[in-house]
Each structure stands twice: as structure tokens, then as C-alpha cells.
Design a protein around this ligand. Structure first.
Ligand SMILES: [Zn+2]
Length: 279
């Protein structure tokens, strides 16, 4: 089987850094470190004293990236793009079996009372938040469509999720005042600061390299991200391929990553503990 690490090095190392995106440069750096046989380890770089806020204390219009609400070495696992019947439950089962917390961001229109009832039994470790009403990039909408979407988000959040936190689909508008000021004033956008881009690893990658190599690479891409020092909001996505490819990768990657995070004394925390009230 070809090596994903060697292939990344072959693809990127001949190029000048100007021709590579930041993400490609980071992939190359991580691939080289794996290739050199370095063990995965984590050196914590102290970043000094910080005083993270509770979400209700963060000023209106704020997108949260991590350090605003997290202490050093605190981790939030976030899993986007549910609800899909059977699949979201499988991810919840995995999280509960690992006894860690995760915040699930579910597309509003996929959630109703019946769905929440099915997810109820996972709420010890899993909490659920709105991921837009539809899975669209709000920053690309006209003013009228943006207002309509934000009304739907507000209504749906009030009826079903009852939370102070949203994640904007595609992160679209996380730094756009037009989008942020259109959101209900009691909703904060929870962005991310650690994104190993799991969506890059499509069926084609899976068929070439297999789930284990992809899982290993994703784990390295998270652990070598320096943002972890400041408190990391890690972006993950649940299965979106009917063949179950993503799920097979996630079910190797998530436990592997969590094992490492625990062994490096990271705290995987419950987003609800950062909210004004625990619900
Ligand atoms: Zn999404």
C-alpha cells in the first residue's frame, strides 16, 4: 500500500513555500516529522496567565476561537454536520464509550422533537447545538436571505436547542459583521482553532491509503498544531458518505487522538461547563 506520508512529501517538498497554502505547508511539516520517525510527543509551551470568560460574558458579535473561553490545555471536541439517523447515534455511542465530552453541531432543519428524544440518552457526554438552519454559507447570502435564515435559526434554536452557541456552516461569516449582527443577540459563534481538515480525506484517499494511515495523519495534524497550547477547539465532521468511509476513519482516529490527548494531560471539557447555565 502506498504511504500517505511519502506521497505528501513527494507532492509538496519540491515546491517553494509561496506555491503552497498554509495548510499544505503544515501537512508537509507534519509528514516530514512522521517520516523522520519522531515519536508523537507533546511539549507544552506555557503561554502565561490568562483569564478565560464564560460565554455569557463575551461581548456581542464575538466569534469564539478557543482562548477566549478555554484555559491552557483545555480541549473542546466538536463534531459537525449531523443529524443523520443512525450515524449521529453511532458517533454519540463512541464518545460515551470513551467517557469524554463532545459538542455536536446539528443542521437545524434535520432536528425535531423526535430526534432530540433519540439523542437524549447520550447527554451525559454529548451536547447538541445548532449548525445553521440549512447547511449554507451565510456570508454568501443576500441581505434578505440572510435575515430569513437568521430568523429560522433563532426560532429553531429557541424551540429545540435552547443554547447560547451556534456554529456557522463552513464557518461562513465568522468574521463578517454583516452575518454576526444578523444572528440573534444571545447566540455566540463557536469557531475552531484546530482544523486537521478531515474533509480532505475523501473516498479516493481511503481507497489508496486505508483508514489507519489517514487516522494516524489526522492525529499528528492535531497534536502538532501549536494552537493546542492556548486551549483547542478541534473541528471534526461526522460521516457524510453513504459507504461509511468517514465513519471507519473516525472510529480509529477519535479514540487514537483522545488517548494521546489524555496521555499528554489535556483536559477534554464539556462546553456546557462554559455556558451560563448547564443545559
Ligand atoms: Zn458543516
Amino acid at each position: 500500500m502506498p504511504s500517505i506520508v511519502k506521497d505528501i512529501i513527494d507532492r509538496y517538498s519540491g515546491k517553494s513555500t509561496h506555491d503552497l497554502t498554509t495548510s499544505e505547508q503544515f501537512q508537509l511539516q507534519v509528514a516530514l516529522s512522521i517520516e523522520s520517525g519522531e515519536d508523537l510527543r507533546y511539549e507544552y509551551r506555557s503561554i502565561g496567565k490568562r483569564n478565560p470568560s464564560k460565554i455569557h460574558e463575551i461581548p456581542y458579535l464575538k466569534s469564539i476561537f478557543g482562548p477566549e473561553i478555554l484555559y491552557s490545555k483545555e480541549i473542546l471536541l466538536t463534531i459537525d454536520d449531523g443529524y443523520v439517523e443512525g450515524i449521529t447515534e453511532a458517533y454519540c455511542e463512541l464518545i460515551c464509550s470513551l467517557k469524554v465530552y463532545a459538542a455536536f453541531f446539528l443542521v437545524g432543519e434535520t432536528v425535531d422533537e423526535a430526534v432530540l428524544l433519540r439523542l437524549e440518552k447520550y447527554t451525559e457526554y454529548c451536547s447538541f447545538y445548532i449548525h445553521g438552519y440549512k447547511h449554507i454559507n451565510l456570508s454568501k447570502l443576500s441581505n434578505g436571505d440572510l435575515q430569513n435564515n437568521c430568523s429560522l435559526i433563532s426560532k429553531h434554536n429557541r424551540i429545540y436547542f435552547k443554547k447560547k452557541v451556534i456554529r456557522l456552516p463552513y464557518g461562513g461569516g465568522y468574521n463578517d459583521p454583516r452575518v454576526l449582527s444578523s444572528l440573534p443577540s444571545d447566540l455566540f459563534n463557536l469557531h475552531w482553532n484546530v482544523n486537521p481538515e478531515d474533509y480532505r480525506f475523501t473516498a479516493e484517499y481511503y481507497e489508496t491509503y486505508g483508514a489507519e494511515q489517514i487516522s494516524n495523519l489526522l492525529t499528528h495534524l492535531v497534536l502538532q498544531n501549536k494552537s493546542l497550547d492556548k486551549g483547542g477547539i478541534i473541528l471534526m465532521h461526522q460521516e457524510n458518505d453513504s459507504r461509511g468511509i468517514k465513519k471507519e476513519i473516525s472510529f480509529l482516529y477519535i479514540p487514537q487522538l483522545i488517548n494521546y490527548l489524555k496521555s499528554f494531560q489535556f483536559d477534554i471539557i464539556d462546553l456546557r461547563s462554559k455556558l451560563f447555565c448547564r443545559n
